[in-house]
Design a protein around this ligand. Structure first.
Ligand code: BG6
Length: 479
């Protein structure tokens, strides 16, 4: 059903995600006059707050997390907010919540970011209070389970109250401009698509490196680990967007139909195709940082790094390895995709002593948003002793190409789409389940072979086995 919501209900409204991302994103949208003037935002959580104290909390969060130049009209934004305390484990408080939401003129969007154990009681409570009709859509934030079984349980519980076309599963990577730009790069340019296959592409690398460690998320992270925290969602979505067939239109069904085909075609990896690691004390940008076990205060077998050599079993990608790696406490924060093309089939320069490097496309997602295509060019000179060739970068720095556009928080795009009801950048149930299926198979391999994380020093690129994983194939990670 198409409607622009005039009520937004935020579960977990006092939590970290809300303070760092959701409230700042909504305020920034408001400052840009992108929110319906009638939109009211109701926060709910366990904390005993009233409207005024919730607005204070929101003001402090905005001052901390939203740059001053994007806070124009903050007072107006704060006026949209109200608060209702709720204990989601019992249905009792939900009718007060419904009263606070009030009568809907257009519709309600609910943002649910909660512990997995609270999904079911929350859905029941919402149903009980009548907050589940045709004019209500439900947005879910991860973690949506810890494996396929628990993910299906959550999806089943939500499906009892909401049909799939009113469920919006967030993967915040899809809200990033540069991730959406992957689609523009591939499908708005004639250049790449004809060579975007195993005939011309030798391998692909996807790196999501972080310098941060546990960041106060000890319990969550230690139960999750890098595979479930980053690969299951963000990295597989990047792979799906990189590898999918051209959808017929930029439409939720068309795009997601193509992504899910890729996710289902991911081959189960073997033990030799994965590496796991856990950081030990080291230094990041010259500053000493403790090891994972020290931060945690106990021994743990949770991986803070993983590298995987994946394959997509279909015609387009036959024999093309996708090297994925992600980790905490790596030397720099960088998310990038490298598409390594093959060598030309025959070099006319070979007899002249020239060496040639194959073309390489590097797509910087963050922090640098740039696209670099390495082309081979002749080094200027008369060439009496042969022709000299060298790769030269064709470089597009996105911020320079689009001066005057501010960098948006990924949640701005996603919250706006949720309010307006566009599911294109949200993950469909079949995608999530295909992602879990692949990830579960990797965890099974780790368990059955008793694979434990190898240690690496904080501030390095993971255990040496990760380098060997690529080097065995004659591939070097792009650094
Ligand atoms: C989250 C993970 O989903 O993504 C975090 O739970 C991680 O562990 C974060 O730090 C990374 O997001 P971004 O946008 O900073 O790359």
């Amino acid at each position: 059903m198409s409607f622009t919501a005039d009520r937004l209900l935020l579960f977990g409204a006092t939590g970290d995600l809300s303070q760092r991302m959701l409230l700042p994103s909504l305020c920034a949208l408001d400052a840009d006059e992108l929110l319906d003037p009638d939109l009211r935002i109701i926060g709910t959580a366990r904390s005993d707050l009233d409207d005024a104290s919730f607005r204070n909390l929101a003001r402090e969060a905005l001052e901390k997390y939203l740059p001053a130049e994007r806070r124009g009209g903050m007072a107006n934004f704060l006026n949209r907010l109200s608060y209702q305390q709720l204990d989601a484990t019992t249905p009792d408080g939900f009718s007060d919540l419904a009263a606070k939401v009030g009568e809907l003129k257009k519709g309600l969007a609910i943002f649910l970011s909660t512990a997995p154990s609270l999904f079911e009681p929350t859905i029941k409570g919402l149903q009980h209070a009548g907050l589940d009709g045709d004019h209500v859509r439900m947005c879910l934030e991860k973690p949506l389970g810890v494996d396929l079984t628990s993910s299906c349980e959550i999806n089943d519980a939500v499906a009892q109250a909401f049909p799939e076309d009113r469920i919006f599963r967030i993967d915040h990577y899809l809200g990033k401009e540069t991730v959406q730009n992957l689609l523009a790069l591939r499908f708005a340019n004639i250049l790449f698509e004809p060579i975007w296959n195993s005939n011309y592409i030798e391998h692909v690398q996807v790196t999501v490196a972080e310098t941060v460690g546990l960041e106060g998320r000890v319990a969550f992270y230690n139960d999750a680990g890098a595979l479930r925290d980053m690969v299951q969602n963000h990295m597989l979505q990047l792979v799906a967007m990189l590898a999918m067939e051209p959808p017929t239109s930029f439409d939720a069904t068309a795009v997601r139909d193509e992504k899910v085909k890729v996710l289902r075609a991911m081959r189960k990896v073997t033990a030799a195709e994965t590496v796991t690691g856990q950081y030990r004390a080291g230094a990041i940008s010259g500053e000493a940082v403790p090891g994972y076990d020290e931060e945690l205060g106990k021994h743990s077998d949770t991986e803070t790094f993983t590298a995987i050599k994946g394959h997509i079993d279909n015609w387009r990608w036959k024999g093309v390895p996708f090297y994925l790696r992600t980790g905490k406490r790596l030397p720099e924060r960088v998310t990038e995709i490298v598409v390594q093309f093959r060598c030309v089939p025959h070099s006319i320069f070979a007899g002249m002593g020239a060496t040639m490097e194959p073309n390489r496309l590097v797509i910087g997602i963050q922090p640098e948003e740039n696209i670099t295509l390495n082309l081979t060019a002749k080094v200027p000179g008369l060439g009496q002793d042969g022709i000299r060739l060298r790769p030269v970068p064709l470089n597009i720095a996105m911020p320079d190409a689009f001066v005057g556009q501010h960098r948006r928080i990924a949640y701005e795009r996603l919250l706006l789409d949720l309010i307006e009801g566009d599911q294109t950048l949200f993950v469909r149930r079949d995608e999530v389940e295909a992602q879990w299926q692949w990830v579960d198979s990797i965890r099974e391999i780790w368990n059955s072979t008793d694979q434990k994380p190898k240690t690496y020093t904080a501030g390095t690129w993971g255990p040496s086995a990760a380098i060997a994983l690529a080097e065995r194939d004659g591939v070097s990670w792009h650094e």
